[in-house]
Design a protein around this ligand. Structure first.
Ligand SMILES: Cc1cc2nc3c(=O)[nH]c(=O)nc-3n(C[C@H](O)[C@H](O)[C@H](O)COP(=O)(O)OP(=O)(O)OC[C@H]3O[C@@H](n4cnc5c(N)ncnc54)[C@H](O)[C@@H]3O)c2cc1C
Length: 460
């Protein structure tokens, strides 16, 4: 290995950021060059996305800037499009300019997961995921814009369609986004939309399994369904999305059909498909096969962890059990991974990763939540409080912790912000219109996009 080995970290999310943070701390300057490649210039603290969508936290505060946090690393804003580990060369597509190859000595594969979609008619055209901060901002603006649209029309069909919000997938990401956004819309209608009633809204959660929240016990999941139902929300278990038409008519497997301007897809994730363009070994689910030490099986100088890695779960007796894809494991695996890289660079043996899953906390709106941690079950306000304290203690950097606490405090004092910045969805529209008007001297006819602008998700 080179005198000053290059450690390439693919992905600057949970695993990538925490690994790089630890490596820059533990490896004195000059001992290694750490290169972090990510298409985004920031790490996203995904557990705060539902609160960012609901306006309880400023979206900028749920992301952690990589360049600021990793001053001793080289940050490349771009995507790794594939790699040849046998040759130790990665292909990089920067956000601008020609792709190039980067040579490295040690690889950390941490490119996470992507939404697992199905070939459902209309899904790609009308649906949106909930994995990144852009989607959270978009949905917040979109939901509030739907309230504006419903409040400004006398057409009962337009109003019903605007006020019908459909979510598919009942894991914690889906349930939290569903419950938080409903809570925000309820608050907004109660305070600022005298022409609307909360009873006009229809929130539908579609889940193919017979339960939601597989991370908690069945009784807690059933309690959550009861709570959501008591809020007037419609939770459809054992039901699948069949299609969504161009007119935004949603068809479910139970035969129900209704028009909905909003379709959010949170029905699971799959390992980053970029792995198929590497020579790393993957299992039947497309995950990188790892040893308990987080080394890629049978491949020297390659490490992996997080959502895209199949890491043996040493706390479970079932043969072949692997750790679940969640932040709790991602953070801890990153620390073990970084320590193991340092150990091997120093000629010591790497240690296996072992962590028994502690449980889950989920927020269901302001002052509402559900939690099951170390067997202790909490409901309502105590669960919500635990959710907030746990996540603020976990969000990386003191700077972000302070900003998130400030957001919560300001929202408690001045009420939460419920204004749609709809122009963010298409900021150049007005300018382009003005420029075109200047050219022809008359107003251009409205484009299809203009007409749809206040309509379905596609147009925002
Ligand atoms: C809405 C939501 C809420 C959640 N809430 C919780 C929770 O409450 N508790 C919990 O434990 N877990 C939660 N999770 C799951 C948790 O966020 C993930 O398990 C965790 O982020 C996994 O970390 P990772 O590093 O593997 O992936 P990520 O954190 O997703 O990082 C992957 C990184 O790779 C980058 N990348 C992608 N493609 C490339 C490429 N080609 N080249 C280079 N970089 C690339 C991405 O931009 C990203 O920055 C939640 C997830 C979501 C979506």
């Amino acid at each position: 290995m080179a005198q000053r080995p290059v450690v390439l970290v693919v992905g600057g999310g949970y695993v990538g950021l925490y690994t790089a943070l630890r490596l820059q701390k533990r490896l004195s300057r000059g001992r290694a060059e750490i290169v972090v490649v990510d298409p985004q210039p920031h790490m996203t603290y995904q557990p705060f996305l539902p609160e960012a969508a609901a306006g309880s936290v400023e979206p900028r505060h749920v992301v952690v800037p990589l360049r600021r946090t990793l001053p001793r690393c080289r940050v490349v804003t771009g995507a790794v499009t594939g790699l040849d580990h046998a040759e130790k060369r990665a292909r990089i597509a920067p956000i601008e300019g020609e792709p190039y190859e980067l040579s490295y000595d040690v690889l950390v594969m941490a490119a996470g997961s992507v939404a697992r979609t199905l070939p459902i008619p209309g899904l790609a055209e009308h649906g949106i995921g909930f994995k990144n901060v852009g989607e959270a901002i978009y949905l917040r603006n979109h939901v509030l814009a739907r309230l504006d649209a419903a409040s400004s029309t006398d057409d009962p069909e337009v109003r019903r369609r605007a006020l019908t919000f459909t979510f598919v997938g009942g894991g914690y990401a889906g349930v939290e986004a569903f419950a938080e956004l409903e809570d925000m819309a309820r608050y907004a209608i109660t305070h600022y939309y005298p022409r609307l009633s909360t009873a006009d809204m229809r929130w539908v959660l579609v889940e193919a399994m017979g339960r939601i929240l597989p991370e908690v016990d069945l009784d807690m999941a059933a309690w959550t369904v009861k709570q959501l139902t008591a809020r007037g929300m419609d939770v459809r278990l054992n039901t699948r999305l069949e299609s969504i038409s161009d007119g935004c008519v949603v068809t479910l497997s139970d035969g129900d059909e209704f028009a909905s301007d909003t379709l959010v897809w949170t029905a699971g994730t799959k390992p980053n498909p970029m792995l198929t363009r590497t020579d790393l070994p993957v299992d039947e689910r497309g995950r990188v096969v790892c040893e308990p030490t987080l080394q890629v099986r049978g491949v020297p100088d390659a490490w992996s962890a997080g959502d895209l890695a199949a890491v043996p779960d040493l706390t479970k007796e079932a043969p072949g059990a692997t750790t679940a894809p969640n932040a709790q494991h991602a953070v801890r695996q990153a620390k073990r991974l970084a320590d193991n890289i340092v150990a091997t660079l120093e000629g010591r043996e790497p240690e296996p990763y072992r962590h028994a899953y502690a449980g889950s906390v989920a927020s269901l709106g302001l002052h509402k939540g559900v939690a099951q941690v170390y067997g202790v079950k909490l409901k309502g306000w105590p669960a919500w409080f635990m959710h907030r304290t746990y996540h603020v203690s976990r969000v990386p950097t003191f700077n972000r912790k302070a900003r998130v606490v400030a957001d919560w405090t300001l929202a408690a004092v001045f009420r939460r912000e419920v204004i749609s910045l709809g122009q963010l969805q298409d900021p150049r529209r007005e300018f382009v219109q003005a420029a075109n008007t200047g050219r022809t001297g008359s107003l251009p006819p409205p484009s299809a996009e203009d007409k749809a602008q206040s309509g379905s998700l596609r147009a925002g």
